[in-house]
Design a binder for this molecule. Structure first.
Ligand code: LLP
Length: 422
């Protein structure tokens, strides 16, 4: 059965639309595999998030890693989004999308000298420091180049987010943040506060992604607040708390993200505490706003399994392979109600190349179109050219318009980028 209404689209088989545009028609025009985004839904999600945290002094920084399309960043920039970036490349994208430098946060455990200098020269709002060596490097660069920069300390609060292990960042056995357990965090904050070229922006925390339960957020935020209050009590200036991202979406039932309870939690913990708050949501802003349209190449009956072989593969969407992630998949063509169990697989020569396994599907035929749901976050950004497959094209539906925001590269494009000495 097709899932219930989402993406502002009617999802009855044969009637898949985004903002009034037929997905089958779009697939025929732009070919498959094809990412299709709903720009209006992105803005709806963004303003719902902003609204939920608006009772306190808050700034929402979209996590660019979730979807770094220039068109989507520009759309978000127009409604006042800041950005959370994790590389020089993402920083350049955010700047090019007209996101003010002061509204950009740079996170990540391994920022290089070049990346740090770039961030300092743009004078971005905040660099999140994740280790002692990184703090020393920033201090050295700032002094050497006579620059001043705002830095926050990302702390590790040792909280299990209850998410997939590969996207959990909150525990002490991960590479993220400076632990609160051994006194180093305070030592580093003191160093920041007393350095002539550094401004202490506050503290940051991010315990993981795709959190579907508020309890770990609560635990982490309370630990962060206690440490921030402790620093203040010792005379340090702690203007801002960056509360990270991580809000999960409903991949199974496709319900719109509802930030109300999260917002209430934030109010309960932080009201009257006098901290500015920052947020870095990615998935919850764009996750449910993208579909991957793919065409069936063959239907193959194996000995004990049916395989629906489609033209999208793990190079186009790696989440099922990498995290055993579940994405709803529907057939856009009309079929009788009879269904059967099938694996939906791509053409890549690995058994790990699948979009879904053991899925109940209509009896789809070669040339049918399937829509893979909730791929707006960590979908296109994680594409590769494995098997010399050009990446899927991307289009954005916004109001009544359809924009081709990333044309498909040709195989010649891919090969010509290389240098062949022979
Ligand atoms: N802030 C920091 C410091 C992060 O590391 C992340 C995500 C975010 C914010 C945004 O988190 P979100 O709101 O999107 O959960 N590729 C994986 C997800 C990796 C998330 C990495 N960090 C996936 O496909 O599930």
């Amino acid at each position: 059965m097709a899932p219930s209404n989402t993406h502002n689209s009617d999802q009855k088989p044969g009637h898949g639309f985004i903002q009034g545009h037929s997905l089958i028609e779009l697939a025929k025009i732009h070919k498959t595999p094809l990412y299709v985004y709903d720009g209006n839904q992105i803005l709806t999600n963004f303003s719902a998030f902003e609204q939920a945290v608006s009772l306190l002094d808050s700034k929402v920084h979209f996590a660019v890693k979730a979807n770094s399309s220039m068109a989507i960043l520009s759309l978000l920039s127009k409604v006042g989004a800041g950005a959370d970036v994790v590389s020089g490349g993402e920083l350049e994208r955010a700047i090019k999308a007209n996101i003010p430098a002061q509204d950009i946060i740079f996170s990540g455990v391994g920022k290089t000298e070049d990346e740090l200098l770039l961030a300092m020269r743009y004078n971005i709002g905040q660099i999140n420091i994740e280790s002692g060596p990184e703090l020393d490097k920033i201090a050295e660069l700032a002094s050497m180049h006579n620059l001043t920069c705002s830095v926050a300390l990302r702390v590790n609060v040792d909280v299990d987010p209850g998410s997939h292990e590969k996207i959990s960042t909150g525990q002490n056995n991960t590479k993220f943040g400076v632990s609160l357990a051994d006194g180093k965090a305070e030592e580093y904050y003191q160093k920041i506060a007393s350095h002539p070229h550094l401004r202490a922006a506050g503290l940051a925390v991010h315990i993981g992604s795709q959190l579907t339960n508020l309890a770990p957020f609560e635990k982490a935020y309370i630990a962060l607040l206690e440490f921030a209050d402790h620093l203040r009590a010792n005379g340090y200036d702690v203007p801002c708390l960056d509360l990270g991202g991580g809000f999960g979406i409903d991949y199974e039932n496709l319900k719109q993200p509802d930030f109300t309870e999260y917002g209430m939690l934030i109010n309960r913990i932080f009201q009257n505490k006098g901290y500015r708050l920052g947020f870095e949501p990615g998935r919850s802003i764009v996750g449910n706003c993208g579909m991957l349209i793919t065409q069936v190449i063959y239907v193959k009956q194996g000995i004990d399994k049916r395989f629906i072989i489609v033209d999208a593969a793990m190079n186009d969407l790696i989440r099922p392979t990498l995290y055993e992630a579940f994405h709803q998949i529907v057939c856009l063509n009309e079929h009788e109600s009879e269904t059967g169990i099938a694996d939906i697989v791509g053409p890549i020569c690995e058994t790990g190349d699948y979009l879904a396994r053991g899925r109940e599907m209509p009896l789809v035929l070669a040339e049918d179109f399937l829509a893979v749901y909730s791929v707006g976050a960590y979908g296109a950004v994680m594409m590769s050219n494995y098997n010399t497959r050009p990446e899927a094209a991307e289009i954005l539906c916004y109001n009544e318009n359809v924009h081709l925001i990333r044309p498909r590269r040709t195989i010649t494009d891919l090969i010509e980028m290389e240098k062949n000495p022979f």
